[in-house]
Design a protein around this ligand. Structure first.
Ligand SMILES: Cc1ncc(COP(=O)(O)O)c(C=O)c1O
Length: 487
């Protein structure tokens, strides 16, 4: 890093506006502007005067490599050894990349701080970050020196995951956390005020519903639950209540209902409400909810993003002002992803496009064949014309995902026999990994609820949720077919 760089860059990039588009910030970062992360965190907006009055002394000190146990670095952990940082000419702007390339290179080849010649992003396995002296601590406190300070506030390996997912979702910022549930609960706690009202949809992951129905009311937060397609009811609720947030999965778990993200965003924004879409079942390969108008997209990164059934993780992407509020809550609640899990997430993300493309193709074909099978009463897959939200899905998704839900022509025990006769998929909750998984929601997720509650939630005894892995389609089908013969 040139000693004069911060003083040269800071005034010219006019960061005090604080609301720069991503592309511009990206250019500043690529060109070596050491203050790009302040644009992102909006610190420029908060304290432009102090930031402009950067101490020449600190700048000079950052430019001089400091000897640390035989190795040298120049101060900010976010800006290590700029002499080796990737130059603008070496990298391709993310806006020109297809998702398959972004999932491999996003956040890594085009922007990760270079701490060694390692091709892969290092696992920075640390709980805390050190300072050279008190002046550096004060510079950090005053926003003149970049550090994560403590493991709960950030980590370079995790930050690289965030950057890759941010690019894939076309977001301004991204926050990764310890699980999908941690992401959802932190988001709701951060964005809905005490006594607030939210709108959510009927078909939903059980634990998210449990949080909304049993824990949010303790803060006086109430919810109206609508059918995913009932925009008329949404309009009425927006009219009757001071709604802070609309929250829905799309596609939903387990019936793969799809909400019209564009229309819902228009209605909610006109009423001053934020829109958050849980896009776990879609992935950014199949659907970019932010481009459709949503403010926030969340994922159980445990599923397709990590993709190998080996870690739990969550991710949230969206507007930087919204993310700043959630990050601040996250720093208090502490749902931090372990750096080793962050590495596995990063590794899984590299093959996201490959895996999801194959899972899309297999699931679509399996759904078509199941629909024609006499032992199957009904198939729920948004790619099929028989699905109630097929037109919405076609409009807003590039492909329809790797999960197929279907009803066996039989009762709970016929369905259990079908599942027990399958040899290729594991019987397990979860979805989105390389291995095909099969489950009977009545038994695996709702057994404790009893028939009445299950009927209330629409969970049928003969329902099967099948998550296509990356195995060969004909092997998947042959196994399902032989198991159907046992019904
Ligand atoms: C749609 C959806 N969102 C969120 C979650 C929760 O994610 P996690 O298990 O990573 O906490 C799940 C879990 O199955 C899910 O299916």
């Amino acid at each position: 890093m040139q000693g004069s760089a911060p003083l040269a860059w800071a005034p010219s990039c006019q960061c005090p506006s604080g609301n720069r588009g991503y592309k511009e910030r990206h250019v500043y970062r690529k060109a070596g502007c050491p203050w790009w992360q302040f644009c992102r965190s909006l610190k420029w907006q908060q304290r432009p005067t102090e930031l402009r009055a950067i101490s020449e002394e600190l700048v000079a000190r950052q430019a001089e490599p400091i000897q640390l146990n035989g190795s040298s670095h120049n101060g900010s952990p976010l800006e290590l050894d700029d002499s080796t940082s990737i130059q603008p000419a070496d990298s391709i702007p993310p806006c020109e990349l297809q998702p398959g390339t972004t999932s491999v290179h996003g956040g890594e080849r085009d922007g990760r701080p270079r701490v060694s010649d390692s091709l892969t992003t290092p696992i920075v396995q640390t709980a805390t970050y050190t300072f050279q002296n008190t002046a550096e601590v004060i510079a950090y406190q005053e926003g003149r020196y970049g550090s994560y300070e403590y493991g709960r506030y950030g980590n370079p390996t995790t930050r690289t995951c965030e950057e890759k997912i941010r690019q894939l979702e076309g977001a301004e910022d991204c926050l990764v956390s310890s699980s999908g549930m941690n992401t959802a609960t932190t988001m709701l706690l951060a964005l809905v005020p005490a006594g607030g009202h939210i709108v959510t949809t009927t078909d939903c992951y059980r634990r998210t519903r449990q949080f909304i129905q049993t824990l949010l009311p303790k803060m006086g937060i109430s919810a109206t639950v609508i059918d995913p397609a009932d925009l008329g009811q949404l309009e009425r609720v927006l009219h009757q209540h001071d709604v802070s947030l609309f929250f829905s999965e799309s596609p939903t778990n387990p019936y793969l209902r799809c909400v019209d993200v564009r229309r819902i965003s228009q209605l909610c924004h006109a009423a001053g409400a934020l829109v958050c879409i849980d896009s776990t079942f879609a992935t950014p390969i199949n659907q970019r909810a932010l481009a459709l108008g949503a403010d926030i997209v969340i994922h159980s990164a445990t599923k397709y993003l990590a993709g190998h059934n080996d870690i739990l993780a969550g991710a949230m992407a969206g507007r930087s002002d919204v993310l700043a509020a959630v990050r601040s809550m996250h720093n208090v609640l502490g749902g931090t992803l372990d750096p080793h899990a962050a590495y596995l997430l990063l590794r899984g993300l590299k093959t996201l496009d490959l895996r999801v493309s194959r899972q899309n193709t297999s699931a679509f074909e399996v759904s078509r064949r199941l629909e024609r099978h006499p032992k199957v009463a009904r198939v729920h897959y948004p790619g099929l014309e028989s699905h109630p939200d097929h037109p919405v899905a076609v409009e807003q998704m590039d492909a329809f995902g790797g999960v197929v839900s279907f009803e066996i022509a039989g009762d709970l025990w016929d369905t259990a026999r079908f599942i027990d006769t399958c040899r290729l998929p594991y019987i397990a909750p979860s979805l989105g990994g390389c291995e095909s998984l099969i489950e009977q929601p009545t038994v695996i997720s709702y057994w404790d609820q009893g028939p009445e509650k299950r009927a209330e939630y629409g969970i049928k005894d003969n329902l099967v949720r099948f998550s296509c892995g990356v195995e060969s389609l004909e092997d998947i089908w042959r196994d399902l077919e032989q198991a159907l013969a046992a019904v």
